[in-house]
Design a protein around this ligand. Structure first.
Ligand SMILES: [Zn+2]
Length: 164
């Protein structure tokens, strides 16, 4: 059963996903049983074409994402790697640093929110104090500690640019 589905021959070493049709000469998908342009029968059946495609795909790990209906291997669309923090610094755009402090600020505001619920007076005061302290700790840490560390007031690069 499995042996019957094996392709009789497939050139696994050929990396191309497309082939020139023997009849019309146009490029067509290599592992689809009919030529896309003229309908010429490239493979005895769709099953054989599919089995040939699988054998070809398994011949190289870089072909794992390939589709047998495409003419080319998929292009890696990872995009260029950009250091956005560095780019923003060059353009003079202020970015807040990557930080865990916003979570602390949220926890603080949670307690402040709980303090707004009409519990007994002391419970509300305690919640408000806890929330306020956590909130302030988060804001101070984020804006005054980390942000200043990330953007020192005088950088050597701006001094160099000023000197013409
Ligand atoms: Zn054709």
């Amino acid at each position: 059963m499995a042996a019957a589905r094996k392709p009789r021959y497939v050139d696994v070493s050929n990396p191309s996903l497309s082939v020139e049709c023997p009849r019309c000469g146009l490029r067509t998908a290599r592992f689809v049983d009919h030529c896309r342009n003229c309908g010429y029968k490239l493979w005895p059946s769709s099953v054989v074409a599919s089995a040939a495609f699988k054998a070809w795909r398994d011949g190289d790990p870089s072909r794992a994402e390939a589709s047998r209906f495409e003419l080319d291997l998929p292009v890696d669309e990872g995009g260029p790697v950009i250091d956005y923090a560095e780019r923003a610094h060059q353009l003079g755009i202020h970015l807040f640093p990557n930080s865990n402090y916003p979570f602390i600020i949220c926890v603080g505001s949670l307690f402040l929110g709980l303090a707004a619920i009409p519990f007994s007076g002391t419970a509300r005061i305690v919640l408000a104090v806890i929330g306020g302290l956590i909130f302030l700790y988060g804001v101070v840490g984020w804006v005054l500690v980390e942000d200043v560390r990330m953007y020192p007031t005088e950088t050597p690069s701006t001094q160099g640019e000023a000197h013409h």
